[in-house]
Unconditional design. Structure first.
Length: 428
């Protein structure tokens, strides 16, 4: 009884702390939104006039990967001008396939692209300034591209803006992050939310070629309030760019920081398999190939005859270092408040040390050629099977950990767990 009483008191204190923290966050967000809205009301028209309307082509018009175009956005802010023009361009996937190598930088990417010049199209301006259906911005979160910052911002933003999402069980990831059905449910139930985060590189997150929820025993029990069908909507898919060499080196440092050893990644790279942040499937060019494949898959399929056919999608590449500026400016352009806290740096302070050079060299031996020969991934069924087979092999090479008690873990093969668990005494 004493333990239960103390536990109840602890839960009440924790609930009061959470309520106070949420009240403070809501007040800050309301203050930020009001400030941004006042600023955008006075600047919005001028800001729209400074910027060309970026989405000239429909993804539905692309029949194959060689004819596929992607938008590229760049911020041109100066120190005293937070809302200067965004610089838009477009690049063909054909050019990216052949020119995007391990040394490519974002300025190189801009050099591959064709600028989108301002036009005085009344229809485009009307869409940009008066459309009742404002775009939904989808941030494809990838390791080593500010993904921790974005996930945290999205999670709190959706909970603050949408009572339906807030009522769901609280999880570390944003609502709808890993499940495409739940993502579309969030879009349907949260009309005031215009910023979403999803797991980038996940072949099951078929947002572009979504055909509706899978039939299950639970579907008959779902009420209309929990439906996923709404719209049609305009989805803008934002995919970060980072140089391949920098991305791989940063991912390897993260692995070393967590594991405090390189044995696991070395063993897996002997089979050219991924591990933690260092999966080739999670590099931005791979994710772009997957999204283009999904779009072509949808374009070449039989029409569904439902609202999912009417959704519009566009794909945008951006420099991951500019995410805060890009998010704010695109939000102002399309006339809704920016998502707070995208300027945070969740992993700015990093421990020193990394794996030997030979580990990184082995990764490049495995994947440099893959990077250059990458094309749109149209056969999604085949791709999912390949990934499942790789996962089975990975678990054979590196068995997962198991919990022994609240402070101790060991591997299923009996080897001690490295990293944070190495500070604890392991049971034998």
């Amino acid at each position: 009884q004493y333990s239960r009483r103390m536990g109840d008191q602890h839960q009440r204190r924790r609930k009061r702390r959470n309520m106070k923290r949420n009240d403070i966050r809501d007040q800050e967000e309301r203050g930020t939104s009001q400030k941004v809205r006042q600023h955008s009301n006075s600047e919005h028209d001028n800001f729209v006039e400074k910027n060309s309307f970026p989405f000239k082509r429909s993804l539905r018009s692309f029949a194959n990967s060689e004819s596929f175009f992607i938008n590229v956005v760049q911020s041109t802010s100066t120190e005293n001008d937070d809302y200067s023009a965004l610089k838009w361009s477009e690049v063909s996937w054909k050019d990216l396939m052949t020119k995007w190598d391990r040394s490519t930088t974002f300025p190189d990417l801009i050099g591959f692209s064709t600028p989108i010049l301002p036009e005085e199209s009344s229809q485009e301006r009307k869409y940009a300034t008066q459309s009742s259906e404002k775009p939904k911005m989808i941030l494809h979160c990838l390791p080593k591209t500010a993904s921790t910052t974005l996930r945290t911002a999205c999670r709190e933003h959706i909970r603050a803006k949408c009572a339906f999402a807030k009522a769901q069980k609280r999880r570390p990831d944003p609502y709808g992050y890993r499940d495409v059905d739940i993502f579309y449910r969030a879009v349907a139930q949260c009309p005031d939310v215009h910023h979403y985060c999803v797991q980038g590189g996940d072949a099951s997150m078929t947002i572009i070629n979504y055909e509706g929820p899978q039939e299950s025993d639970d579907d008959s029990q779902n009420s209309d309030e929990e439906g996923v069908e709404s719209g049609p909507h305009h989805f803008v898919h934002l995919i970060p760019f980072r140089n391949f060499d920098e991305w791989a080196a940063s991912a390897l440092r993260q692995i070393y920081e967590v594991d405090e050893q390189c044995e696991d990644i070395d063993n897996l790279l002997e089979h050219c398999l991924g591990y933690r942040e260092l999966y080739m499937e999670l590099y931005p060019k791979s994710v772009l190939a997957l999204q283009i494949g999904m779009a072509l898959n949808r374009n070449n399929a039989v029409p569904l005859g439902n609202v999912y056919d009417a959704h519009q999608h566009h794909i945008v590449l951006y420099d991951y270092k500019q995410i805060d500026e890009i998010m704010k400016k695109m939000s102002v352009y399309f006339d809704f408040p920016p998502m707070p806290e995208t300027d945070q740096e969740a992993k700015k302070i990093r421990a020193e040390g990394t794996c030997p050079d030979k580990t990184l060299e082995r990764f490049h031996e495995c994947h440099d050629e893959t990077l250059m020969k990458m094309d749109a991934i149209v056969d999604l069924k085949k791709e999912r099977k390949r990934r499942r087979d790789d996962m089975v092999l990975m678990k054979e090479i590196r068995p997962p950990y198991k919990y022994v008690n609240s402070t101790t873990m060991e591997r299923f093969d009996g080897r001690p767990m490295r990293g944070s668990g190495s500070k604890n005494k392991l049971s034998k």
